[in-house]
Design a protein around this ligand. Structure first.
Ligand SMILES: C[S@@+](CC[C@H](N)C(=O)[O-])C[C@H]1O[C@@H](n2cnc3c(N)ncnc32)[C@H](O)[C@@H]1O
Length: 227
């Protein structure tokens, strides 16, 4: 089923994942599965900013069968649809509109490769929490190279604020040196791993607290404007 909501712009980032040695989907799914309780086939998963469906492919390989996806790009959703792995795909631009799901719907919510300037703003994070079941998991990734450090700081302020408010508990923050290959000089700098051209990244894993349900998953400070 492909659901169409508010129309967003064209594709954000069609990149050659093989050339970039882009491993984030597998790393995030591995991180999630280590903490997820219960049988994989029974878990309802939301893949936010799903792109072409690389995360769904990794989830499928791990035995997950109930997959929903959202993305702000109709072109990306078309490619995700072609994989045939999602039960439901929806057009949704995070930061501009709410996720098209009721509170407490999903056992786990992932967002991989979309937390950076010009993509999903930090202000969208509480929406991910809202649609997660109490006790459910939220898995997020971002890059830790120099050009993304300002965004990462704002993101961590948002994540920490939600934890201080009792909305969720951090289970893991796993740094990964060889995240993906840098694509421009701007990405290369002190945060670049060794001299092999890779930039670094990080995977965050949170468990939603039961108390957050009463708050609607909305506590915590707002990130700086524009992030
Ligand atoms: C680098 S791709 C990652 C796709 C996929 N998660 C993966 O890891 O292969 C980033 C995706 O985020 C989507 N995206 C960026 N900003 C968005 C926003 N504000 N709302 C919804 N989707 C967004 C893009 O359309 C794109 O599909």
């Amino acid at each position: 089923m492909l659901e169409h909501g508010v129309v967003a712009g064209s594709a954000f980032c069609p990149q050659d994942v093989a050339a970039l040695q882009y491993r984030a989907p597998r790393l995030a799914v591995d991180c999630l599965t280590q903490a997820l309780l219960g049988p994989h086939h029974a878990a309802l998963i939301l893949d936010v900013a799903c792109g072409t469906g690389l995360v769904a492919a990794e989830l499928q390989a791990q035995g997950f069968r109930q997959l929903h996806g959202v993305d702000g790009s109709p072109g990306m959703l078309d490619q995700a649809q072609a994989r045939g792995l999602y039960q439901c795909l929806s057009l949704c631009t995070l930061g501009q509109e709410p996720l098209p799901s009721a509170e407490g719907t999903f056992d786990a919510v992932l967002m991989v490769g979309a937390l950076s300037d010009g993509q999903v703003p930090c202000s969208a994070i509480p929406e991910l929490l809202r649609v997660t079941k109490p006790g459910g998991l939220v898995c997020l990734t971002t890059r830790t190279n120099p050009s993304n450090l300002r965004y990462k700081e704002a993101l961590e302020a948002t994540l920490d604020g939600l934890e201080q408010a009792g909305a969720w508990k951090r289970l893991e923050a796993r740094t990964v040196d060889r995240w993906e290959l840098a694509t421009s000089e701007l990405e290369v700098g002190p945060g670049t791993s060794d001299s092999d051209g890779f930039i670094s990244g990080i995977i965050y894993l949170y468990r939603k607290q039961a108390a957050a349900q009463a708050e609607g998953g909305r506590p915590g400070p707002q990130p700086p404007a524009g992030l």
